[in-house]
Design a protein around this ligand. Structure first.
Ligand code: PD2
Ligand code: ZN
Length: 312
């Protein structure tokens, strides 16, 4: 039998509730049924018999199986757009998105030259809070290298594929080239090991500086497929799949990173980082997030966005 429903997920009022109903337990059960050779309608009927609403069951089946198949395609080095009929080697399935290995509920993850702490993990949306990603000295070194190069932040303009000043984002910012200096290179290698995603698929590290009053209003980090400029943007490495926001200092007040869909606020602690992933460009991922206004002091962060393919 499939895992049982929770009262809130058996009759959702929207697709976000449906997305939240996909627990790791349910995901594993659906994949196991598919691997055992049960046809979709049979699996669906088992879920309905166990009390799942039709909406949630259909959504969960589509979502879980698509993400699983994308993972298999990636593991075989193929694009999801060009599937083949090779037999499933499910045991070697790679996740479809960057993902830390938390299967053994580790308190720490060895990233080669450092032990990163796992402070909090949420399944849906996928959000993981890490501690000790950077030392205080490394944070200071990144700020010092970025400070002389700051300019008013631009955001990618999906209408045109270019960049524009955006009133929703009142910070100053800059981008490092990937591997531009020793500390950036070290950080990029750590991130690659932490979330099991190639360094080459990462955009250059972005550094942002928020003064008192500055904020980044809630937004999604993926590129909206409905916007005309998105096709141009996607030529450089495909969609964004995950974000890591790294705190380089501590504002005196304010400046948390908020996830309004799940009413979560992450405190900006120096050296810590919040990771979140989104397996499709859709609000149903629940990854709406923003930077709250800085009330006192200032805030420095570095953001790493991870793409589907090599980012050139
Ligand atoms: O500064 C933040 O907390 C923040 C919030 C939302 C950064 C970003 N998004 C980003 O860089 O995308
Ligand atoms: Zn963002």
């Amino acid at each position: 039998m499939p895992p049982r429903t929770s009262p809130s997920s058996s009759s959702p009022t929207d697709t976000q509730a449906a997305a939240r109903a996909i627990t790791p337990e349910l995901r594993e059960w659906i994949i196991a049924q598919a691997q055992a050779g049960f046809a979709g309608p049979v699996v669906l009927q088992s879920m309905l018999d166990a009390g799942w609403s039709e909406d949630v069951a259909t959504y969960a089946m589509e979502h879980v199986l698509r993400a699983h198949l994308d993972g298999l395609d990636r593991a075989r080095g193929k694009s999801a757009a060009a599937p083949d009929t090779a037999p499933d080697s499910a045991a070697t399935a790679a996740p479809a998105v960057p993902e830390p290995d938390l299967s053994a509920s580790p308190l720490r993850i060895d990233v080669g030259d450092r032990e990163v702490e796992v402070l909090m993990a949420m399944a849906q949306p996928r959000i993981v809070l890490f501690g000790n990603l950077l030392s205080p000295e490394e944070c200071d070194a990144i700020v010092a290298a970025a400070a002389p190069r700051l300019a008013r932040s631009l955001t990618v303009a999906t209408r045109t594929g270019g960049e524009e000043v955006n009133d929703d984002r009142t910070s100053d910012g800059m981008f490092f080239q990937r591997g531009e200096n020793e500390v950036v290179r070290r950080l990029e290698e750590r991130i690659a090991r932490l979330v099991n995603w190639p360094v080459e698929n990462g955009e250059g590290l972005q550094v942002l500086h928020y003064r008192p009053g500055a904020e980044y209003k809630p937004h999604y980090d993926y590129f909206d497929p409905k916007e005309p400029g998105t096709a141009t943007i996607l030529r450089r490495g495909g969609q964004r799949l995950a974000t890591l926001v790294i705190y380089l200092n501590e504002p005196e007040q304010g400046g948390g990173t908020v996830f309004p869909d799940v009413q979560l606020e992450v405190a900006p602690r120096r050296g810590n980082a919040v990771f979140f992933s989104y397996d499709r460009a859709d609000p149903r991922t629940g990854t709406l997030h923003g930077g709250s206004p800085v009330r006192a002091g200032s805030k420095w962060i570095a953001t790493k966005w991870l793409r589907e393919r090599e980012f050139q």
